[in-house]
Design a protein around this ligand. Sequence first.
Ligand SMILES: [Zn+2]
Length: 463
Amino acid sequence: MPLDQVIISYRRSRNFINVLLLRSMNLFQPVLGESPSEKLIVSANGICWREQNLEYRILVNDFFDIATRNEDGEVPFNLVEKEGNNLAFGLALRRIPHRALDERTVSVDKGELLLRINPFTRCSLHCGNCANKVVGERQYLQIREIPMTTMMPQNYFCARNKLPVYPTEEELFYGLNYLVVSTDLLGIGVTTTEGHRCIQCSRCQQPVGEYLGRDVAAQLFADALRLVTTESPFEFKEIFGHITPTQMMIRLLHDAYPISMEKTRLLLKTVRPDGQLQYLYLQVDTKQLHILRSELDTSDLEMNSTAQLPMEDDTSSESDLDMVLSDTSSSSINPQTGDDLMDRSDPLPKPEAAEPQKSVKYLNLRGFGGFRLKYLFSASDEELNESDNVTSSWCDQGSRMIRISYSMMVDLMTEFNAHERVAAALEMNSPPTKSRQPRLTYVIFEPDEEFYARQEQFAKIDQ
Ligand SMILES: [Zn+2]
């Protein structure tokens, strides 16, 4: 069963890591029970997994320094769990070089929102449900993002102890899934609810926004509206382009409501195109999560070797901080490049009796940042009723409902589902099942180009 991928998680301020070795079935070899030759070797600088004539070496010394003996001289890693073909275990750390860890973590900054309204083109805004014109055709000469990353624009337009900010008719402000315009732009296309807070489409009564403060400004829900520009007058367009789950979470976490030193909450809401209301409850650990993942394709690093034990498992000296290969016949291998430096014309040193030639693979790790969270999704009226007490207690404790678009909700849920099996395996929990209990998952921050490259790959597989 070849090793497909290695995933290591580290939660900030802990002194241990969780390791998951994902293995696939080798379809070309019948599996006759467990191989007696499987072996896991841990040294200060890495992990080595051996099975039959295959050996995988996972170097972690760029990130951590593993403890292989505790004060009593015992091996301090916990039980190795086997779930299907996969292997999970925890390892204690001797030293955590946080700076090095941060430097080796793929950094993802907040990106730009792709707003399809520009100062040069006239446009009108229409109800996404019935196409009724909500804001008439006009040109916004000043278009600006809300000067702080928040889904709660009232904090900017109606900040406490400050004069309210009234947008002019030429100004348009925007944030994730919303626009803020002057209330003077609203005409017969909208009605307001009693209490004068909610702005509805006058034809189909769908909520399309709400007033900020006492008519200071109108916040419009981008997902409830469509855009028509003079450039393409017959096309109803989405107001914003696609945003990746990473970029979404970077922005949403700004508005997460702290409930303790270690936890924050987010209460998200969306309206499905058929009108079904859906809520997503997130409880996020504020301590950053580091995920180290091996690249899936390691074939270019494959090599043959007659190596003996490649990693030192005695940590009494400092010299083992580096991978020591020089004391074995595998000194001919350059672990950085995978080049076989041995002169092929020389006969290979004879392997020891009955010892087959070993194939060695180095798995390189890449570090990603992210967060660990628990989520509960209420997708139907029945589920919304069941979680009604959660909604009211969260709101009572200070959380505010944040509206996102339906496609954003789908993307978030896809991301959560994709990582929850790995999260359960890493933390040695039983695999996730369909239930109304909050589910554990990870959000892993990745650059946009990697997200879209992955989507393209999936699309190719689907074809
Ligand atoms: Zn409408």
